[in-house]
Design a protein around this ligand. Structure first.
Ligand code: NAD
Length: 437
């Protein structure tokens, strides 16, 4: 099928290439000319495992092209909208400017029977408003909402073989038409048994924000337990193991540490609270404000632990910060706890040297005041303290003896509870975890 993807960021670029992998013909559109120039020659504008490979193979088929010219969507039957929905400056609400602009830009190029499919994460009520705009355009096109659940770092796999598919569609014939087109697009995943939920617009929009709210709550729950562990001498990692054996709870997303970040969870829970307040139901999700506060406190805890381990002041201390991206296997530094910790320590007068396998350039673009090193030895050499904030495998598997030979002081703050405290202590380190004795 001929498809267009509007917005070629972390979501859209992967979606465009993956749709070719599924047999379709795709044009990817973005307003960012630099991004499009890179994609057009098969170069991903960001780091995502597996994307270079599927981009190369998709380009080789001749069924994938990229453009900044929206008129190139003409002839596509389905138009995915994958533009950003960031937090509005000075507010918790989502900024829908980009989604609105993308739909408006599409209108003149739509034909009878075309389907506009929202993939961006939006406040409940957006799809029905946009469906009204598309239907009123007189083009004969219709709209569906098909929220995206991909995880950065696993985006290619998650797009080609999702855990589930959700279609929010209109009632009646329009909905049946939308369902038929989406079923055709996702026929491979459906044939492989991917669960499918076909529902109304509001439910589809809410599924996405509810899923993110649940995941954020699970992380903040274990981080709240970490705070209690810290005043009682308990070990939150053992606690997480023990409660995680209960299949109703499960161990995943119970990693206590500096908390969640990225371009989704933080802004999505804030947008959810803002939308619930608009709907007069603020109290229903008021707990998400607590989830957010707990999350932000854990970054501060890592900073406080570092300062106290340095004897009460970070001024002039060389601090080696391991990690900048909000999670491993990604170069995304949007709302990254790791980058936040590095910036705040720098603000306290520490001589921060930060490293990351993929995120240095993105971090430097936002915070040029920090010192970055691509070389791990250079990062660690002469350090007064080592702070682990993103659990990349190359950091998790560090040998404490090897690190010990490079640093000045054997002080480690393990912001992700990734190291084995016994191994580091027996190598002579003063080890500080989050929520661990
Ligand atoms: P992103 O910032 O990486 O990409 C958004 C892209 O849209 C940018 O390249 C931007 O230039 C482009 N854009 C903006 N306005 C445009 C317009 N009018 N026409 C064409 N292109 C336009 O953001 P992202 O991480 O890809 O997220 C996109 C949406 O998907 C958000 O709503 C996000 O919440 C949701 N989402 C993201 C993920 C994820 O892991 N990144 C997962 C699920 C859902």
């Amino acid at each position: 099928m001929k498809i267009s993807v509007i917005g070629c960021g972390y979501l859209g670029a992967v979606h465009a290439a993956a749709m070719v992998e599924l047999g379709h013909e795709v044009v990817g559109i973005d307003v960012d000319a630099k991004k499009i120039a890179q994609l057009a020659v098969g170069l991903p504008p960001f780091f995502e495992p597996g994307l270079p490979e599927i981009l190369t193979s998709a380009m080789a088929t001749g069924r994938l092209r990229f453009s900044t010219d929206i008129s190139e969507v003409a002839g596509s039957r389905v138009h995915f909208v994958a533009v950003g929905t960031p937090q509005k400056p000075g507010s918790y609400a989502a900024d829908l400017t980009y989604v609105d602009a993308a739909v408006q830009a599409l209108l003149p190029h739509l034909s009878e029977g075309d389907l506009v499919v929202g993939k961006s994460t939006v406040p409940v009520g957006t799809a029905s408003r946009l469906a009204g705009i598309v239907e009123a355009s007189g083009t004969g096109a219709t709209l569906a909402w098909n929220p995206e659940f991909l995880r950065e770092g696993f985006a290619v796999k998650d797009t080609i073989s999702p855990d589930r598919l959700v279609y929010g569609v209109a009632a009646g014939d329009l909905g049946e038409h939308a369902t038929a087109l989406l079923n055709e697009i996702y026929s491979a995943a459906l044939a492989a048994g991917t669960p499918l939920v076909i529902t109304d617009f509001a439910t589809a929009e809410l599924v996405k924000v509810a899923a993110n709210a649940f995941l954020a709550t699970k992380i903040s729950f274990i981080n709240a337990m970490a705070e209690i562990a810290e005043v009682t001498g308990a070990d939150v990692t053992q606690l997480a193991d023990a409660i995680g054996y209960d299949s109703r709870i499960g161990r995943r997303f119970l990693g206590a540490g500096v908390g969640f970040g990225g371009g989704c969870l933080p802004k999505d829970i804030r947008a959810f609270t803002a939308r619930a307040e608009e709907l007069g139901r603020g109290e229903s999700v008021a707990f998400l404000k607590e989830v957010d506060s707990i999350n932000l406190r854990r970054r501060q805890r890592a900073i406080d632990l570092t300062v106290s381990a340095l004897g009460g002041s970070a001024y002039n201390a060389k601090v080696a910060v391991l990690g900048l991206s909000f999670k491993p296997h990604s170069d995304d530094v949007r709302d990254s706890p790791a980058l936040d910790v590095a910036v705040q320590l720098h603000g306290l007068g520490a001589k921060v040297v930060a490293t990351d396998p993929q995120a240095i350039e993105n971090a430097r673009a936002r915070h040029p005041q920090l010192t970055y090193a691509t070389d791990l030895e250079e990062t660690l050499r002469g350090a007064d303290a080592v702070v682990l904030v993103t659990e990349w495998p190359e950091f998790r598997h560090l040998d404490p003896d090897w690190v010990g030979n490079l640093v000045k002081n054997k002080i480690v703050i393990d912001g992700r509870n990734s190291f084995d405290p016994a191994a580091w202590r027996s190598s002579g380190w003063t080890y500080h975890g989050l929520g661990r004795p």
